[in-house]
Design a binder for this molecule. Structure first.
Ligand SMILES: *[C@@H]1O[C@H](CO)[C@@H](O)[C@H](O)[C@H]1NC(C)=O
Ligand SMILES: *[C@@H]1O[C@H](CO)[C@@H](O)[C@H](O)[C@H]1NC(C)=O
Length: 320
């Protein structure tokens, strides 16, 4: 459920990628967690929802959409940047159909992870199920546009994948089960194995251009700081170390997959350093507050704990 809003960082990185490869992007297809979920959890029985105020306060129309955010998420900005629609719809939205999804669709689910056990914690959509939905989407797209046109869209789409923080914060460090079976390094390797299978699976289904997002400095999330009893209100350095270690392994995986799978262009979207800079020097980046969240007391609030009565006045620069 942890999330950080870093659209412009992705935006710049993805546009650089696009200009390098002179990519023509037909659609944006999204897999992952709350960092990119545009509302799928609204339609499943879970408490990991954000379909209430103050979420969506700065979204066009000002209503909560199921994004864990005051406004749009990075895939929305990226889509608009490629001249596609400004909002990526959630696949499970029952008011929409394949005609709405042809140029972009989101299969992500807040609170999920690479590990099946992470999705079980709050009964959200596991990553393997996101892939099942993607297969169903392909069938519908072929029925709607014809095989040739649909296959063209599938091959020319940009696949955005943003997942992994919950495996550590909601699962490994919060519960005992994974800790009793894996050291944290073994758990990283276990997740990397799942990431490899996932990329290979969607490659086999026709995906060719992908952006795989690394972990943020997850020890700096407000809830981590608020529960940092050793160094109150500061970032939990050990969690950040794990994020860096995991990102290093993800980077190696990306290089390996680019070499092994013909025609694949997978890009490692590493926002760790940029985000840490922003957290450490908020005023240089136009923010006043970087150590607390905007809603509620800002210490623990996320998901259902986010409360509109105690929300900061301007999320764009976070002023109390
Ligand atoms: C999708 O929904 C629109 C509006 O409700 C409808 O006109 C259209 O026929 C539907 N298309 C498909 C392929 O189901
Ligand atoms: C996750 O669950 C799916 C469906 O039961 C299964 O196919 C897959 O092997 C599981 N993944 C791992 C890593 O255990």
């Amino acid at each position: 459920m942890a999330r950080m809003n870093i659209p412009w960082i992705f935006f710049v990185q993805i546009l650089v990628l696009a200009s390098k490869s002179e990519a023509k992007v037909s659609a944006i297809i999204v897999f992952g967690d709350s960092t990119v979920d545009s509302g799928n959890n609204n339609y499943i029985p879970t408490i990991a929802k954000s379909n209430f105020e103050p979420y969506g306060r700065d979204f066009p129309g000002g209503s909560p959409t199921g994004r864990f955010c005051n406004g749009r998420l990075s895939p929305d900005f990226i889509s608009e940047g490629f001249g596609l629609k400004p909002i990526i719809p959630a696949y499970l939205d029952p008011t929409l159909n394949i005609s709405d999804f042809a140029s972009g669709v989101c299969f992500a689910s807040a609170a999920t992870g690479y590990d099946n056990a992470t999705a079980d914690v709050l009964k959200v959509i596991p990553l393997w199920k996101e892939v099942e939905y993607y297969k169903e989407y392909q069938k519908k797209l072929r029925a709607y546009l014809g095989v040739q046109k649909a296959n063209g869209i599938i091959a020319e789409a940009l696949y955005l994948i943003s997942i992994g923080t919950n495996d550590f914060l909601e699962n490994y460090y919060a519960l005992l089960d994974r800790q009793s079976h894996f050291t944290v390094q073994q758990y990283e390797d276990f997740l990397i194995g799942i990431a490899e299978n996932f990329v290979t699976q969607i490659y086999d289904l026709g995906a060719r251009k992908m952006s795989l997002t690394g972990l943020p400095p997850m020890g700096c999330l407000p809830v981590q700081r608020a529960t940092n009893f050793e160094d109150p209100l500061n970032c939990v350095e050990e969690r950040n170390k794990v994020a860096l270690e995991f990102n290093g392994k993800l980077n190696v995986l990306v290089a390996k997959l680019n070499k092994e799978l013909p025609g694949l262009k997978v890009f490692f979207a590493d926002a760790y350093d940029l985000l840490l800079q922003l957290i450490q020097n908020p005023s240089q980046n136009g923010f006043e507050v970087a150590e607390e969240g905007c809603c509620g007391t800002g210490l623990f609030e996320m998901g259902i704990l986010c409360n509109r009565h105690l929300t900061c006045t301007d999320a764009n620069n976070f002023q109390r």
